[in-house]
Design a protein around this ligand. Structure first.
Ligand SMILES: [Zn+2]
Length: 125
């Protein structure tokens, strides 16, 4: 199965979930983020991600997550948009630790129209 290259796939794309002692039960979770791994300025991508988060369903956990780099409390929610799922704390890694944004999410963000509100009518569950 080659779901990575299938643009019509409906499978969820998990972005920014790091392995922990509690959540390492499958290979969707990545190794810890690498600080300063971004090679280019991500200011525009950060803006676009914040824009998308404004229009994305937001699920709150009963617990919070800690930053894998600086150990600060970092989010207690996750966002869902189309088949992307990412934690509320993901942007902290990009903004404050210059972690390279996930390439799949990056390509998606570069293609959204940020000049008008996103009408999100196909994502509620
Ligand atoms: Zn941090």
């Amino acid at each position: 199965m080659n779901s990575e290259s299938d643009e019509k796939k409906e499978e969820p794309v998990y972005v920014g979930f790091w392995k922990t002692s509690r959540f390492n039960f499958n290979d969707l979770w990545k190794d810890y983020p690498e600080k300063n791994s971004a090679k280019e300025d991500q200011t525009d991508l950060i803006y676009r991600l914040q824009f998308l988060e404004r229009y994305s369903p937001n699920i709150f956990y009963t617990d919070y997550s800690k930053c894998r780099i600086c150990n600060s409390i970092n989010g207690c929610n996750e966002y869902h948009y189309k088949n992307f799922i990412w934690p509320g704390g993901y942007i902290h890694y990009i903004k404050d630790h210059n972690v390279n944004i996930d390439e799949r999410l990056k390509q998606f963000l570069l293609n959204i129209d940020i000049t008008k509100p996103i009408i999100n009518d196909d994502n509620y569950f």
